[in-house]
Design a protein around this ligand. Structure first.
Ligand code: ADP
Ligand code: MG
Length: 578
């Protein structure tokens, strides 16, 4: 199942989604109702046995009624069997889709949102909260709905038998409900605090686990433990309070159930003594009362799960119904795509009111041109690329690709025609082959070998224990920096991009690997629009044009010769790097 084809994120309401998914449970509900209807007359049969068959000494009637009871029981058991069988697969369909939805939505969240959200928080929503909703739904569907129906049917039968009986039950239930409601708000508040604490805890742990090299490299394990420990302590404090609340509610309700049972048995006994009720009715009530109160007592248990589920629901709803998504809705794609990039008076602020990271930037990068962006750290080079790829939208001004304004462009198709190689390239945890194929999942092994050769990576890949099938550790930890970089270049090359972006692709490498990687990059850049960001000025010497950025503005533009003959920032920058 590919989420793309099944998920319509234009109508992301969580409630609507779950409601529609209810269709998968139809068979289950029908079977469950049948099983309940089959078992309910049981009470009536008992009453007839006590009030008629036994006093009359009528054994035929006794056996007949017993036979009917057994028959009804058989219907109940068979329908229950099939109901239970159909439930688990249906539930899994629903929650697999919910998870797919959550993940799909995360894929579309804007970078503005993602920049300020810890990954662990999103993981907590994806795994913990979806699971919590599943448990809640499971409990509701298997217990609450059928048990409530059963108790309603029983009350109806009691009412037909003797209005007193129904009266007693109807008085008992609201008493119960009041006891439950008393703690409701406090429990809800506590669940909310527990959820926030859990997200903080997962977020913090995830961050330090991802940064384990930094932590160990600095010998700061104790500090990491302290930071992670703090969030864990905070979480356990919230859990302690939540558990206390839940338990006190449980005890209180048990007491209320017992009081109701004792009093109503006594009251019925008094009615029987005064000839206002038959013994059969008393027996029926003693049998029915626990069943009628059962859903309510279950509701109390359920209410705890329900409130936790409701919090998870809120947590996921917050994400699914969030408006913080990328807003690209364009559908155009230039045909043929040449790869010309135009920035027209582009200004961009990461946050309103903050200094602009790009200020009124104008430039045209012709198809096939090789442009280098240079400038001191923080001058806006990576921002330029973030805007080009549509990770952020300009605050004002317009970006055009082959003369198509960015908002009209099909952003996904456009990105599929770009390749980016960064300083710290992300390798996924699969094999070398999987990692290169990420550039184009349909590529054949021959194509992959070919690009690996051009990326100067074939030799070392073939020397790996399992060649292309060697599994690289998460984030590629088992390979050297230069090797990871060349795999990333092979990946970039495989899709034969029209626009190639190199963001400090060689900055983190030693001289030897840099030479190999640079050769690979030179090959990769041939015949494509290439935008290179580099600190090492030697690597930009070959560019057709160099843009010198300073505080988000183009300070100078020209070839290496032109710029280096002029006085100014470029000379200073050059001098600093000699
Ligand atoms: P460069 O790549 O040239 O070093 P950047 O484009 O990364 O510079 O940054 C330009 C400016 O924007 C800097 O002042 C930086 O602090 C700011 N900036 C970069 N990324 C973000 C972000 N995600 N949120 C807020 N500010 C940012
Ligand atoms: Mg940068």
């Amino acid at each position: 199942m590919t989420p793309d084809s099944t998920i319509d994120i234009s109508s992301p309401s969580l409630k609507g989604f779950l409601w529609r998914q209810g269709k998968f449970l139809r068979t289950y509900h029908v079977l469950r109702v049948l099983s309940i209807v089959a078992i309910t007359p049981f009470l009536l049969l008992t009453q007839i046995i006590v009030d008629q068959a036994i006093p009359a000494g009528d054994t035929t009637q006794l056996w007949a009624l017993t036979g009917i009871s057994l028959l009804l029981l058989a219907v109940h058991v068979v329908t229950m069997y099939f109901a239970v069988k159909s439930l688990a697969p249906s539930m899994q369909i629903i929650f697999r889709e919910l998870r797919a939805r959550v993940f799909h939505k995360i894929n579309f969240m804007s970078f503005r949102f993602l920049d300020s959200t810890q990954a662990g928080k999103l993981i907590s929503k994806y795994s913990f909260d979806t699971n919590n909703i599943e448990m809640t739904a499971m409990m509701g569907v298997t217990a609450i709905i059928p048990e409530t129906l059963r108790s309603l049917l029983l009350i109806l039968i009691l009412m037909i038998m003797n209005p007193w009986l129904a009266g007693i039950v109807l008085v008992a239930i609201p008493l119960f409900a009041c006891a439950r409601l008393a703690n409701f708000n406090e429990i809800r508040r506590s669940n909310h605090l527990v959820r926030l604490a859990r997200e903080r805890m997962t977020g913090q742990a995830n961050e330090y686990i991802s940064a384990i090299r930094l932590v160990r490299g600095y010998g700061q394990e104790d500090e990491a433990l302290r930071q992670v420990g703090n969030t864990s302590v905070h979480y356990s404090d919230e859990r302690v309070y939540q558990t206390k609340l839940n338990q006190s509610l449980g005890y209180m309700l048990f007491t209320v159930i017992m009081i109701i049972s004792i009093l109503s048995t006594a009251f019925c006994g008094w009615l029987v003594i005064n000839d206002m009720m038959s013994l059969g009715h008393l027996v029926a009530l003693v049998g029915a009362l626990p069943i009628c109160l059962w859903p309510v007592s279950m509701l109390t248990q359920f209410s705890l799960q329900y409130l936790q589920g409701a919090e998870s629901y809120r947590s996921i709803k917050e994400l699914l119904d969030s408006d913080s998504t990328e807003k690209w809705t364009g559908t155009r794609m230039p045909e043929p795509f040449r790869g010309e990039v135009e920035f027209d008076q582009v200004t961009f602020q990461y946050h309103p009111g903050k200094a602009a990271a790009l200020k009124g930037l104008n430039t045209i990068i012709r198809a096939g041109e090789h442009v280098a962006l240079v400038g001191s750290s923080g001058s806006g080079k990576s921002t330029f690329i973030g805007l080009l790829l549509g990770f952020y939208a300009p605050t004002s001004g317009e970006i055009r690709i082959d003369s198509v304004p960015q908002p009209q462009l099909s952003m996904q198709q456009f990105r599929q025609n770009c390749s980016i190689v960064m300083q710290d390239n992300i390798l996924l945890s699969g094999s070398v082959l999987d990692n290169i194929r990420f550039g184009k999942v349909t590529a054949s092994l021959d194509e992959v070998r070919e690009v690996a050769r051009h990326a100067y990576a074939l030799e070392f890949i073939e020397a790996l224990p399992n060649g292309f099938d060697t599994v690289v550790g998460e984030r590629g930890a088992t390979l050297s920096g230069g090797q990871r970089q060349r795999i990333a270049i092979a990946r970039a090359l495989l899709r034969d991009p029209k626009i190639l972006i190199l963001d400090e692709a060689t900055s983190a490498l030693d001289y030897e690997s840099e030479k190999a990687v640079q050769q690979a990059l030179d090959y990769l850049a041939q015949g494509r629009t290439t935008i290179t960001i580099a600190h090492r000025l030697s690597t930009v010497r070959k560019a057709d044009r160099i843009l010198l950025l300073q505080h988000g503005e183009v300070e100078a533009s020209g070839t290496w010769q032109e710029l280096s003959s002029r006085a100014g920032s470029f000379r200073d920058l050059l001098a600093a790097h000699q």
